[in-house]
Design a protein around this ligand. Structure first.
Ligand code: SF4
Length: 232
């Protein structure tokens, strides 16, 4: 009986593996997909406007669950009022709100921006640290924000997983993972490190321009020959 149960279990594992393998591209298809995406979007880059590491950090924090376009509309006036961490740390969150009220969750974001600025002043002399562990200690800074800051401001190879990257990575078949963190870790194995940041941008551009959540334009898509089209 025990041996039988063991057999079922092992067949179950095997079955799951076969399913997973069907959902994921093989190595050759993966390499082709990386090449095609990088060729399709050679100039893909961060769409947020910023001119200092501090501005980048605040812009990325503000961009959670909203568009980069709406953040770019709000930040010029905000950064004119609070150009650095010292100025923003001295403000009350309520003073920030009028500058960002067009952005979702602006009250919480105002609180986090002031609290993060205070921590930057107290612990890092007002500078943004180029260290993942230190970044995620800042109020309102999660894994995605830290990865974008490290990639953009410090030139590190990172794959920040936002809604586009998560959807495309799994739909195309780079990975087969149920959540953002597992997707990030699996993408780091599936894609060569020298392409992590460029592929992060290329996937976002492809998600915005071709492979949208509701209406992916598979006809004419550069990945049509290799994409697994999972979930479609
Ligand atoms: S548009 Fe279609 S073929 Fe292209 S990446 Fe999306 S699902 Fe794949």
């Amino acid at each position: 009986m025990q041996a039988f149960a063991g057999k079922i279990q092992s067949e179950g594992k095997q079955y799951k593996k076969v399913l997973n393998d069907k959902m994921k591209m093989n190595k050759t298809a993966r390499e082709t997909a990386v090449k095609l995406l990088l060729e399709e979007y050679p100039d893909a880059q961060c769409a947020l406007d910023y001119d200092t590491k501090f501005h980048l950090l605040i812009a990325v924090m503000l961009s959670a669950q909203t568009t980069d376009v709406s953040v770019n509309k709000a930040t010029p006036a905000l950064f004119a009022k609070a150009p650095d961490a010292f100025a923003m740390a001295a403000m009350d969150p309520a003073e920030l709100e009028p500058y960002i009220h067009s952005i979702g969750m602006y009250r919480q974001k105002a609180k986090n921006a002031v609290a993060a600025s205070k921590m930057l002043v107290e612990k890092y002399g007002g500078e943004v640290p180029g260290d993942y562990e230190k970044l995620v200690e800042l109020p309102g800074v999660g894994r995605k924000t830290a990865n974008v800051v490290l990639a953009e401001a410090f030139g590190q190879q990172r794959i920040a997983v936002d809604t586009h990257v998560f959807r495309l990575a799994n739909r195309i078949g780079f990975v087969d993972e149920p959540d953002v963190l597992k997707t990030e870790l699996a993408l780091m194995k599936a894609i060569p490190e020298e392409h992590w940041t460029a592929m992060h941008h290329a996937l976002i551009f492809h998600g915005r321009r071709v492979c949208s959540a509701k209406k992916p334009a598979c006809e004419g898509c550069c990945l049509a020959g290799v994409c697994k089209k999972n979930g479609l």
